[in-house]
Design a binder for this molecule. Structure first.
Ligand code: SPV
Ligand code: MG
Length: 440
C-alpha cells in the first residue's frame, strides 16, 4: 500500500468504475489516486456491467458524464469488459488504483491479470483499504429493488437486445427457479456469463402443476407465477402466451402483462386445443390462418399502452411440416401486422431448416429481432446463432428436466433403504438453499 505521494503529476493513474452511484468510498479512493498523478477513469460500458453484475441503472453516457464532472479527473474513457488489459496496454498508466476488496472472490483473476499486465510495461498496482462494503451493499440492494419495478424492468429486454445483439433467456417456473436464473453466473478468463432474461414456459408452468401443456392452466394462475417471479428477481420476463386465445381476450392479456412489467409475450400461430410443439405432427394441431393471426397481433399492438412491451409472433410452419415458403410468408405477414419479433421453431435436431429460415428471413429483414428455442437443435452455440442474425436464444425447459430425475432418484433411494441416510450425500443442505432466498 502507498500513501501520501504528492507532486508526481507527470505520472499517470488508472481506475475503473462500474458504479451508478458515487459514494464516500469512491471519493476517498479517487482522491488518493489523484495524489499519485494524472487520473484516467475507465467507465465500464453497459454491456460489461450487465454481463457480470446487473443492468446498470444509469446509462454509460450518464455514468461517464458523472465522472467527467469530478474536478481533477484528466480523462474518462470506456472500458469494454471486466478485464483491464485492453485499456492498460493502450494507456500504460504508471499506477492502477483499486480498493483491496478484490483480492478474494470472482475478481481475483481480474486482479491477477492487472498485476501481470502492469509487470509487462513497468507499471504498478496500488491498493488502498476499502471499508465501504456495507454501505455499498445497501445501495446495491436499493438499486436491485428499483430494477425489479415494472416500469424499470419492462423495457430492459429491448434495450438488452439493442445493446448485446443476442440475449439469452432461461426457463423459470416459480420463485426458486427464478432465483437460480437471477443469480447464476459463470466467471472465466476475466469475463462473466449470465442469463439476460427469464422464460415463463407454458410447458414448464403446466408441468410444475402436474398438468398437460394444453392451455389448461388459466391466465389467472399463469399470472400468479409471474408475480412469484417478479417478487424475487430483477431480470426481464418473456411470457409464453400459447396461442394468445381469442382476439378479444388477448388484448386484455397484453394490458395485464404490461402492467406487471413483463417485457415480451410470444404467441404461436395455432388454434383449437393447442398441444405442445415438441409433439409435432404426432398429435392433431391446427395452424391459424395467417390473416387471422395477423389480426390478433394488430389487436394486441393497439391494446398496448407502453412503448417498450414487445409482441413476438411464433411461427409453427416447420413444426407442422408446412414448408419453408409458408414460414417465410407468414413471417412477413406478421411483421407487417406489427410483430416486434419473430420466433421460428423446429423440432429437428439438425439445425439446417432453422438456419435456412434465418438466412432467408435476414435477406429481406435485417432489423426485426429473431427468437429461437434450441431444445432439439441444441448443438448450435449462442455465438453461432448471433453470427447468423438471431437475437434471442431461449432455453425453454432444461431446469425442469434437471429437477425431475434428481427428485425421482431421491424418492427411489428412500423407498429402497427405508430411511434417508443413503441419499444425504446428494442433497443440498437447507442452510445453503436458504442463502439464495432474499430477506428484508
Ligand atoms: C414452452 O416452453 O412452453 C414452449 C417451447 O412453448 S416448446 O416446448 O418447445 O414448444
Ligand atoms: Mg409453450
Amino acid at each position: 500500500m502507498r500513501t501520501g505521494e504528492n507532486n508526481l503529476n507527470t505520472k499517470s493513474v488508472y481506475m475503473c468504475f462500474s458504479t451508478d452511484i458515487i459514494h464516500g468510498g469512491h471519493i476517498s479512493l479517487i482522491k488518493k489516486a489523484m495524489n499519485l498523478g494524472d487520473l484516467i477513469i475507465g467507465v465500464m460500458t453497459d454491456e460489461a456491467v450487465a454481463s457480470y453484475k446487473r443492468y446498470p441503472l444509469v446509462s454509460y453516457e450518464d455514468r461517464k458524464a458523472m465522472f467527467e464532472c469530478l474536478e481533477g479527473v484528466k480523462e474518462v474513457v470506456p472500458q469494454n469488459s471486466l478485464s483491464y488489459r485492453e485499456n492498460l496496454l493502450k494507456y500504460k498508466p504508471d499506477y492502477v488504483v483499486h480498493g483491496d476488496d478484490w483480492t478474494e472472490g470472482f475478481q481475483q483473476p481480474i486482479r491477477q491479470e492487472v498485476l501481470d499486465t502492469v509487470a509487462e510495461y513497468g507499471g504498478e498496482l496500488v491498493e488502498y483499504p476499502y471499508t465501504y462494503g456495507a454501505q455499498y451493499n445497501e445501495l446495491e440492494k436499493r438499486a436491485r429493488e428499483d430494477l425489479a419495478l415494472p416500469d424499470m424492468r419492462r423495457g430492459r429486454l429491448k434495450r438488452a437486445i439493442n445493446l448485446k445483439g443476442l440475449v439469452t433467456a432461461m426457463e423459470a417456473h416459480d420463485g426458486l427457479t427464478g432465483l437460480v436464473v437471477e443469480k447464476s453466473a459463470v466467471y472465466s478468463n476475466g469475463s462473466a456469463h449470465q442469463f439476460d432474461a427469464m422464460w415463463l414456459s407454458s410447458l414448464c408452468d403446466s408441468t410444475a402443476k402436474g398438468k398437460p401443456d394444453i392451455e389448461l392452466v388459466d391466465m389467472t394462475s399463469r399470472f400468479r407465477t409471474i408475480e412469484d417471479l417478479m417478487e424475487v428477481t430483477t431480470k426481464p420476463i418473456i411470457f409464453d402466451g400459447d396461442t394468445g386465445g381469442r382476439i378479444e381476450h388477448f388484448t386484455y392479456t397484453v394490458r395485464s402483462l404490461e402492467r406487471m412489467g413483463v417485457s415480451m409475450v410470444i404467441i404461436e400461430d395455432k388454434i383449437g386445443p393447442k398441444k405442445n410443439s415438441l409433439f409435432g405432427t404426432e398429435v392433431v394441431q391446427t395452424q391459424d390462418d395467417p390473416q387471422n393471426f395477423a389480426e390478433k397481433i394488430r389487436a394486441g399492438k393497439r391494446a398496448q399502452k407502453t412503448r417498450d412491451f414487445m409482441i413476438c409472433a411464433r411461427i409453427e410452419s416447420l413444426i407442422l411440416e408446412k414448408g419453408m415458403e409458408d414460414a417465410l410468408s407468414r413471417a412477413s405477414t406478421y411483421v407487417d401486422a406489427g410483430a416486434d419479433a419473430i420466433m421460428i421453431h423446429s423440432r429437428k435436431s439438425d439445425p439446417t431448416e432453422i438456419f435456412e429460415f434465418i438466412d432467408k428471413f435476414r435477406a429481406s429483414d435485417t432489423t426485426t429481432p429473431l427468437v429461437v428455442v434450441p431444445t432439439s437443435f441444441n448443438t448450435v452455440t449462442e455465438e453461432e446463432f448471433k453470427d447468423r442474425g438471431v437475437n434471442v436464444v431461449i432455453y425453454a425447459n432444461q431446469l425442469m428436466r434437471a429437477t425431475v430425475p434428481a427428485i425421482q432418484k431421491v424418492a427411489d433411494m428412500i423407498l429402497t433403504n427405508h430411511r434417508a441416510k443413503e441419499c444425504d450425500d446428494i442433497l443440498m443442505p437447507f442452510s445453503e438453499i436458504i442463502r439464495m432466498i432474499p430477506e428484508e
